[in-house]
Design a protein around this ligand. Structure first.
Ligand code: PRX
Length: 664
């Protein structure tokens, strides 16, 4: 990776047209954030603006000075769904396409306008109300990429309910934990759906999860509203013979039937600026997921503003974000950011490889997509099929390409730019997190000269700092912990039911700063390069998980005495899981056990967490106080004999044994 390799931005006529204007605007956003954000908020609808003269953004990031908090626009009243839909219809844009919906099967297509989406949302909001959902209640949504997932989210926002979307690839255990943690009153799901050629019987997984919720947590949800998504399934008993799902008449309801019995008008619930909008779970280093809470006004303004500037959005654009609604990218840049800007998006529910490896390129050509936002893992996996698949399609509509979720390697970046973008597009490598609500470090397509692999500079209102181990500020070029001195409107407000954990996780290590858990390097030109997690988190294909979570799953097997997990670089996934297990005296390590352990992790967490390798480790490298030295395990996993200082190891012989048992 070269710090000196620079590509000029290519978005002509951009909202922020050059580096000097970016710098000027950025400086202004830090000097006077309230004026900057007030101007951005002006594009949105406020039932009641904040009291004049009151500060917009207030905060404390230092736990020693009292509770950590961020507040934005206190006193203002609005509704996020109203800003996403009603306002556009009222302004005469009701016939604009909100989503081109493209199913797993290329023939399964639909178009939804803003007016139609508003109608669907109003009806479903009335369904939720009919079943007793009120302001502040939690609704859990576990659905694939169908319009109704968006409808469910917006319906919650409309009536002030708090949605908690859980990725439809989690296991029943993970789901149960999340349903209970937010005390969901209702679950929204689909009967079954296709992911490529694989049929996912989601209702059965939900059924398992709900059973676990009842038996393990003695908690019961009121209703489960089910979309008969796959075409062949008309009723619970009919349709595709491969699909069997248990049905609980007292609890389960068909989505379509429910919508038929309600009105298509639903008044919005006007919300205070700091009322919660949604919860989204992200992995925590203890293994317990964290319910990240985002609130109304700050999230809305931040999602809308970042979408506009980072993708240089123009009304003529067609935007395609491949992220799943179950992740934060799906929330901010598939739903709230684009809708707040009245954008036209593609909502795709298949995989990039079905029916062939050119599905993304086919979709881009079909809808004349101009902004394409995806993940490095997807880019790397498509790259390996060669340029031919891309070249088959007319991608000349593209003008901006975006990347998110993991560091993008130079080779993938260059391929994205030259083959997909035909050297005519700016690339935005957007760095952010579930916690940050929106992009925080990113190039702007018309302004920032790009360096492949660098997320470059902070977004407006964002002030990154690098700290060393002692918490001292690193000035100029250097590498350290990536922290932020002040919040921006869209930053998370708390962890659901656990403000203490929120303070400890993000503010205890460096009081006065929000700590991301990532490391970063600043080069001689001031560009920031994200170096990855510095805590015990693993990022596999953009899915974040903790070592503790995977180790906990492995340790549930009766043969396992102890487990330790590290990340190993992977050419497609970015990182893969490499697990070391110590087997009980009563058991033996063999292939069968290794397969059982892999399955166990899939069942406990989800398929995306499946380990690549399980290594037999009769002994783990530990300090005298018993702490596992993961640094050494990472070296073993990558086959690097240069293990560094081993003087704190309780038993140095362990190293040879570990290398002897190493998996290739
Ligand atoms: O390590 C960083 C990595 O993904 C983490 C956040 O994961 P999550 O909360 O699931 O949100 C993903 C989508 C925003 C970060 O702490 N990450 C995300 N974007 C980048 C990145 N690492 C390097 N470069 C990026 N552009």
């Amino acid at each position: 990776m070269s710090d000196r390799e620079v590509f000029e931005p290519l978005a002509r006529g951009a909202l922020v047209p050059n580096l000097a204007s970016y710098r000027r605007l950025h400086a202004r956003s830090l000097e006077d954030p309230d004026t900057f954000w007030a101007e951005e908020a002006r594009n949105l609808h406020w039932k009641q603006p904040p009291p004049s003269g009151a500060p917009l953004l207030t905060y404390n990031l230092d736990p020693s000075r009292g509770q950590v908090f961020t507040r934005f626009m206190p006193g203002a009243i609005t509704n996020v769904c109203y800003n996403a839909l009603d306002i556009h219809v009222l302004r005469g844009n009701g016939d604009r396409v909100a989503y081109f919906c493209e199913g797993n099967d290329p023939k399964d297509v639909a178009t939804v306008t803003y007016k139609e989406l508003l109608g669907l949302v109003c009806r479903f909001a009335n369904v939720l109300k009919k079943h007793g959902i009120k302001k502040g209640d939690s609704v859990l949504i576990c659905m694939p990429m169908v319009t109704e997932a968006v409808v469910g989210m917006l319906a919650c926002a409309r009536i002030g309910a708090v949605h908690s979307v859980v990725f439809a690839g989690f296991s029943a255990d993970s789901l149960a934990e999340r349903i209970y943690d937010c005390r969901a009153k209702i679950v929204l799901t689909v009967f079954a759906f296709w992911r490529g050629t694989k049929l996912i019987e989601l209702k059965n997984i939900i059924e398992d999860a709900l059973h676990k919720v009842e038996t393990k947590y003695t908690y019961k949800i009121n209703k489960c509203i089910v979309l008969p998504h796959i075409n062949t399934v008309a009723t619970a008993n009919g349709g595709d013979p491969k699909v069997r799902a248990s049905w609980n008449n007292a609890r389960d309801l068909w989505w379509v039937d429910e919508c038929e019995t309600v009105d298509n008008f639903c008044q919005v619930e006007w919300m205070d600026a700091e009322d919660p909008l949604f919860i989204l779970y992200t992995s925590g280093s203890t293994g317990q997921p964290k319910g990240v809470v985002h609130t109304t006004a700050g999230y809305l303004v931040y999602a809308s503003t970042t979408f506009k500037y980072v993708f240089d959005y123009k009304p003529s654009d067609v935007y395609f974000c491949t992220a799943d609604v179950g992740w934060i990218t799906g929330h901010t840049y598939l739903v709230y950011g684009p809708l707040a800007n009245c954008a036209t998006s593609v909502l795709f529910s298949g995989t990039p490889f079905h029916p062939d490896n050119d599905r993304f390129w086919d979709i881009i050509a079909k809808y004349r997509v101009s902004i394409f936002y995806t993940a490095p893992t997807a880019i790397r996996s498509l790259m390996k099929f060669g340029d031919e698949y891309v070249k088959r399609h007319d991608l000349s509509s593209l003008r901006i390409l975006g990347s998110v979720g993991e560091p993008i390697n130079r080779e993938a970046w260059l391929w994205f730019r030259s083959v997909v973008g035909n050297n005519k597009c700016s690339i935005v490598d957007t760095y952010w997190q579930t916690e940050t609500g929106g992009h925080i470090i990113t190039p702007l397509p018309g302004a920032t000269p790009m360096k492949p692999g660098s997320a470059s500079f902070p977004f407006f209102g964002v002030e990154p700092t690098l700290l060393d181990d002692n918490g001292a500020i690193i000035k100029g070029p250097g590498e350290g912990y990536l922290v932020f001195k002040r919040p921006w409107p869209g930053i998370m407000r708390t962890i659901l039911n656990n403000h203490k954990r929120f303070q400890e996780t993000y503010f205890a290590k460096f009081p006065g700063y929000f700590f991301t858990g990532d490391g970063a390097r600043r080069d001689q030109d001031g560009y920031l390069w994200i170096t990855g997690r510095v805590d015990d988190m693993l990022n596999v294909s953009g899915h974040l998980m903790s070592t503790a979570q995977v180790e906990g799953a492995l340790a549930e097997h009766s043969a396992i005495a102890e487990a330790a997990v590290v990340a190993r670089p992977h050419p497609i996934k970015g990182e893969s899981l490499y697990c070391f297990v110590t087997v009980n005296k009563t058991h033996r390590f063999d292939n069968v056990l290794a397969q059982e352990l892999k399955k166990l992790v899939r069942d406990k967490i989800g398929a995306f967490a499946a380990p690549d390798e399980i290594q037999n480790a009769p002994n783990l490298p530990k300090t005298r106080s018993g702490k596992i030295m993961r640094r050494i395990l990472r070296k073993v996993a990558t086959g690097d004999r240069d293990v560094g200082d081993t003087s704190t190891l309780a038993d140095e012989n362990v190293i040879e044994e570990l290398f002897a048992n190493r998996r290739p």
